[in-house]
Design a protein around this ligand. Sequence first.
Ligand SMILES: NC(=O)c1ccc[n+]([C@@H]2O[C@H](COP(=O)([O-])OP(=O)(O)OC[C@H]3O[C@@H](n4cnc5c(N)ncnc54)[C@H](OP(=O)(O)O)[C@@H]3O)[C@@H](O)[C@H]2O)c1
Length: 306
Amino acid sequence: MLDRMNIVIAGGSGFLGDALARALTSQGRDVTILTRQKPVHAATPRVSSVHWTPDGTAGDWARVIDGAEAVINLAGESIAAKRWSADQKRKLRDSRLLATRSLTSAIRSADRPPAVFISGSAVGYYGDRGAETLTEASEPGRDFLGGLAQDWETAATDVSQLTRVALVRTGIVLDAHGGALPKMLPPFRMFVGGPLGSGEQYMPWIHKADWVGLVSWILTAEGARGPLNATSPSPVTNAEFSQALGRALKRPSFLPAPAFALRIALGEMADALLLSGQRALPVRATDLGFSFRYSTIDEALANVLA
Ligand SMILES: NC(=O)c1ccc[n+]([C@@H]2O[C@H](COP(=O)([O-])OP(=O)(O)OC[C@H]3O[C@@H](n4cnc5c(N)ncnc54)[C@H](OP(=O)(O)O)[C@@H]3O)[C@@H](O)[C@H]2O)c1
């Protein structure tokens, strides 16, 4: 059993990190957030923040890693914030790889390395795979996100001789106030919702509470190492998701958004984020005994939109 109770979260100011930090403090842990912003006295008790420069090296901030129970890596430029110009793609990539290298460098130089390093990854690892069932053992995709996720995971695995490394391949995290769902709601609320493109692409969704539960569980699940899909046990197609969203909002869900219109509006992002899909299953987590609270899309949406 671990006696150290401080958890460091890089990128902990974001959508997932903030929810995770709150959950961990409610379990009696202290959380230190690494942020590029001016550190603020956090409003949440037991959470403090430390300024860092994620440039691939360890700086002064690395002192917070020495003796921490765990390091969790969620830092990275937002995937969906801007159109993917060549410059934006470089930012998406560099922000993840440099942040990861800064953390591994700090772990390597720590006198007391953390017991576990949980590093972010994404279902984009698998590329666009139609209805193929994907487990953690499946081959990676060959597109931009597939290459990025592979390099991101390889960078994190660099310290696997020093600490347990878990790679969390996160799916589409469902929450009413952050992530992808709030962006999907307006057309449904205006009675013009429906599937994106053919609607046949799979959506590997996960309720935010289950994502937080899974990452908290990995902290002490000694067998949880290497890649773990953070996705619900029942992925649905985009058409099924649209129908479920229509049911939850009591709105129609039959007006498709044509693929060409999404491509005009969003460029390459449309294919990578909306029109492609992964039927990813959380095989590692379920084999190791993790149970999901929300395993059907109707239960998850009913809770999130309540
Ligand atoms: N949300 C999802 O559904 C989802 C799905 C799959 C994968 N993921 C991955 O999970 C991780 C966390 O997701 P999230 O939704 O919490 O993201 P988020 O809200 O965008 O937060 C990410 C954090 O990373 C830091 N950051 C932003 N730009 C950066 C840069 N250029 N260099 C270094 N750090 C930077 C920011 O912290 P500071 O400004 O405080 O430094 C930010 O709060 C991300 O890597 C994301 O790709 C998320």
